[in-house]
Design a binder for this molecule. Structure first.
Ligand code: NA7
Length: 532
């Protein structure tokens, strides 16, 4: 007998936990499925040294429960992976979430049964279940990508991946370690790996912009100030473009003189990390502002890396500032000043093959004991196309998404009734604070479900024209910025054969919420509701 539920929620990260807590409050019978052995999502898997969130801890936490907000004491300005994982475990305990989940169950297939108006799902272990609603909280950066390098599997040493780092401690002391990849994960891991390794060689295909985190322990005074300011901070976050309280300098770049420009860049630099992209409004839109930010960055880099050749290799050349997510580092560039750390610039010296004992480039063979892959993710679509999802009339999501994904508000897909995707392509999630987007997305999905139940509808589905219009609107907004000119996971260009196009909605978190609210207020305009 296959168990039947009201809703199946896939994933137990921020979005899955939030949705499960609130689906229970809405009186739904829930089954949660999670591939990991416990809750945490991204923060369950990414256990590499140095893993941290680049959104401040006070903001990167749930806002829905005041007691929860007040009782959890973050220890640092930017929380480490272990601390965020402890937090999510605390949330799971506090709201007794685990009893809804089956852990260690990776969804393999889901198909819509039109007659029964239900989704039938099967996991890789063969477990089956069915539900009227299928909520995918599978994460935007959860399908790791391991590059198909020649000879990759010949390497006889130890292979590690930042996004699937072992739970047991990894001892790199005395070892010759290679790291491939210099996105946020590589940039965070490299300084800590360098502390242990006898030799560290970093293989860099493209240089990224990285700005120091200016991380610090939150002492009691700062914590108290944050607590006193929390209501204002949350309000700004909910009304902001990226779900955080930070805004750009109020004076437009064009109206500021040289002195003011310098002061603004300096101030936003010391705010830390990704916030540098917010220095002036329009920094990722106007090439003139962007170039001024680039010049400022390069001056800072010169202070951090004295050697001109190393510095040249570390200077980003393939994208404007902020159009790939700015990395947030602690001592990243300084690591390359250490005598036992080498940078291999793959632009000058392409990677030829992995061998049994190391890595061969066009110029040289280098021996390694360990290779660490920090090579990113098949972002926003990869976790969904990994599953054989069949909608109305057997339509395959995987096949449809060989083209650019068409979604309505990022949450609904034409041809896939009652499938609700949280933080999907066409939503602002990965450009925004995931803790708050997960709340908004979970709420919206549950409101759709509640609306259908109240009205006696058994299914809801995005209309194709509504999805096409939303997707065109989202792409058009991206075209007005400099983002499209950057090869990045935002545009799918990090994955061979993936359709190109800017995946997240770039119109801002608050604008996105407003659009969702307009649709709801207009009786879910753009959706087809039906009853059987
Ligand atoms: P990213 O940002 O996608 O970085 C992946 C890195 O791996 C990047 O430097 C890539 O170079 C590099 N890469 C990928 N494939 C290869 C091959 N074949 N050879 C050499 N180098 C390669 O992923 P992260 O995990 O660091 O960060 C993802 C997000 O997580 C981040 O933006 C935050 O939001 C949190 P490339 O730049 O493509 O030339």
């Amino acid at each position: 007998m296959i168990p039947e539920h009201d809703v199946i929620i896939v994933g137990a990260g921020f979005a899955g936990l939030y949705s499960t807590i609130h689906a229970e409050r809405a009186g739904l019978d829930i089954l949660g499925l999670e591939a990991g052995d416990d809750v945490g999502g991204t923060w369950y898997w990414n256990r590499y040294p140095g893993a941290r969130c680049d959104v401040e801890s006070i903001d990167y936490s749930f806002s829905f429960d005041d007691a929860l907000q007040r009782e959890w004491r973050w220890s640092e300005r930017y929380a480490t992976q272990p601390e965020i994982l402890r937090y999510l475990n605390h949330v799971a305990d506090r709201f007794d979430v685990r009893r809804h989940y089956r852990f260690g169950e990776r969804l393999a297939a889901a198909s819509w049964d039109e007659r029964a108006q239900r989704w039938d799902v099967r996991t890789e272990s063969g477990f089956q279940a069915s539900a009227r609603w299928l909520v995918m909280a599978t994460g935007g950066l959860s399908k790791p990508q391991l590059p198909d390098l020649p000879g990759r599997d010949d390497f006889a040493g130890e292979v590690l991946q930042t996004s699937a780092w072992p739970e047991d401690p990894v001892d790199l002391r005395g070892k010759r370690v290679a790291v491939i990849g210099t996105g946020s994960s590589g940039v965070q891991a490299i300084p800590l790996i360098a502390q242990d390794a006898a030799e560290l060689t970093v293989y860099q295909r493209s240089a990224n912009y990285s700005v120091p985190a200016f991380n610090r322990t939150l002492d009691d005074d700062e914590w108290q100030r944050q607590q006193d300011d929390l209501a204002r901070r949350r309000e700004l976050s909910w009304n902001g473009a990226a779900g955080s309280p930070w805004t750009s300098h109020p004076v437009p770049f064009a109206d500021a003189d040289e002195h003011e420009r310098r002061a603004v860049f300096e101030e936003s630099w010391t705010r830390g990390g990704v916030l540098f992209a917010k220095a002036f409004q329009g920094l990722t839109v106007d090439p003139v502002i962007n170039d001024a930010a680039r010049v400022f960055f390069e001056q800072k880099l010169a202070e951090r890396v004295p050697d001109p050749e190393t510095r040249e290799s570390l200077t980003p050349r393939d994208h404007p500032v902020g159009t790939k997510r700015i990395c947030t580092d602690t001592g990243y560039y300084e690591t390359f000043n250490e005598p036992h750390v080498a940078l291999v610039d793959l632009r000058r010296e392409p990677l030829a093959a992995v061998t049994a004992t190391g890595i061969r480039t066009a110029d040289e063979h280098r021996e390694h004991d360990v290779i660490v892959y920090a090579t990113g993710f098949d972002a926003m679509t990869g976790a969904l196309t990994a599953i054989d999802i069949r909608g109305r009339d057997g339509r395959s999501l995987r096949e449809e998404w060989t083209g650019f994904p068409s979604t309505y508000l990022g949450i609904a897909l034409p041809g896939f009734p009652n499938l609700l995707v949280l933080n999907g392509p066409g939503s602002p999630s990965v450009l925004s604070n995931m803790a708050l987007t997960s709340e908004q997305q979970g709420d919206y999905a549950l409101r759709i479900i509640a609306h259908c139940r109240q009205q006696g509808h058994t299914s809801i589905e995005a209309r194709s024209d509504a999805a096409a219009a939303w997707t065109a609107h989202s792409l058009e907004l991206a075209d007005r910025t400099l983002f499209g000119s950057a090869p990045s996971w935002y545009t799918g260009s990090n994955i061979a054969g993936k359709a190109r196009g800017f995946l997240p909605y770039i119109g801002g978190f608050k604008n996105y919420i407003d659009r969702c609210e307009e649709v709801a207020a207009a009786d879910y305009r753009g959706f087809v509701l039906s009853s059987r």
